[in-house]
Design a protein around this ligand. Structure first.
Ligand code: BGC
Length: 355
């Protein structure tokens, strides 16, 4: 009995020590407004805790000053590694200098941190490929290779303070350019350049506002575009809302692209109000980041698979690029339900699909 008691005490002491000395990882996410970041945060926390780390997880309500304050607290709190999905990739230079001064390693999560030498690694999805997947969907759906028809397209871009937005835009536009040059895709608004089509902050209401304006200016005869290139789901939602408000119906609903497979957008895909999305399995990204954290803290070689693409204007940041996957009504069950990412209920629309 005494022996057992001693063993229990020893075990308790040991666990106590382990948690007192557990290495700390700070995870700074941009916002809880978008479903994907909530999922990213939850997955990161679960994976890191499974690996024995103490985790400090914060969301910054898309306010840069809040994210900087979050990071300052993590540094003061003794975090050993910081994992950061930045709001504005170019605004973290000063706080990351303080991290570097304390020998804290930094992993940029999903979005590259710009204009600082103090970002050590980058884990993301292949962002150029995301744009390519969206463009290839449009090319195939409209059979642009073989058609003689002319289709009207409007273009949306992501937030200009997010480096990813340019990769999505370039991936899509490089693939669509031959068909624009050939006159098979025309852009009635003439708004094509990133400066004209970008939506600062990735907000649904701002995308809706721009689509409202485009419809009022370019489509006042009651017609609608045939295609709207949207880089992600939050913008696709705003675009769909504007079309609906303008009286667009299933017969003339355009092709709309997206990214993230957010629950609300999966419902729209099932209702025929969005054509596709790009699935970036946050579980894969979280697992990859945990491997990076483990390697950093053990002093092992950190796994990367790209050392040339992501230049943050000070250095090329060693990166690990995960594979984004095409998702639409034909494969969503296998991708999202069978894999346990969502339950059927979570993405079942309340209303019936349009006839
Ligand atoms: C992410 C996208 C996301 C967008 C808006 C991008 O940096 O890669 O997945 O839709 O930010 O939050």
């Amino acid at each position: 009995m005494k022996k057992i008691l001693a063993l229990v005490i020893a075990l308790a002491l040991c666990l106590g020590c382990a948690s007192a000395f557990a290495e700390k990882v700070g995870v700074s996410m941009p916002t809880q407004d978008l479903q994907r970041w909530v999922q990213d945060g939850e997955n990161m926390q679960a994976e890191l805790e499974k690996n024995g780390y103490e985790v400090k997880l914060t969301y910054a309500a898309n306010v840069v000053a809040t994210q900087i304050a979050d990071l300052e607290n993590m540094i003061t709190d003794g975090c050993d590694v910081l994992v950061i999905a930045s709001i504005d990739g170019g605004s973290l230079g000063t706080v990351l200098q303080s991290a570097a001064d304390k020998g804290i390693k930094v992993i940029a999560y999903d979005r590259l941190i710009m204009k600082t030498p103090n970002v050590d690694y980058y884990a993301t999805f292949d962002n150029y490929k995301v744009g390519q997947i969206q463009a290839n969907f449009i090319i195939e759906k409209l059979d642009l290779e073989n058609t003689d028809k002319v289709y009207r397209m409007e273009v949306f871009g992501g937030s200009p303070d997010d480096n990813n937005a340019y990769f999505f835009y370039n991936g899509a536009m490089d693939a669509l350019k031959p068909y624009i040059d050939a006159g098979k895709l025309v852009i009635p608004s003439g708004e094509v350049e990133m400066e004209k089509v970008a939506i600062l902050g990735w907000g649904t209401p701002d995308a809706q506002k721009r689509m409202d304006d485009l419809l009022a200016k370019q489509y006042s005869d009651g017609t609608f575009p045939d295609v709207v290139l949207s880089p992600n789901d939050s913008l696709a939602m705003g675009i769909a809302n504007a079309l609906e408000a303008a009286g667009c119906t299933a017969e003339n609903w355009p092709i709309i692209t997206g990214q993230d497979c957010d629950k609300a957008n999966m419902k729209n895909i099932l209702l025929g109000k969005q054509s596709m999305s790009v699935f970036k399995d946050t579980r894969t990204l979280a697992a990859q980041v945990v491997e990076m954290v483990n390697a950093i803290l053990l002093g092992d070689e950190v796994p990367v698979n790209d050392e040339k693409t992501y230049d943050n204007e000070v250095k090329v940041v060693p990166s690990f690029l995960c594979e984004p996957v095409f998702a639409d009504i034909s494969n969503y069950k296998e991708l999202l339900i069978d894999s346990g990412y969502y339950t059927v209920e979570e993405i079942t629309p309340e209303e019936a699909p349009a006839a």
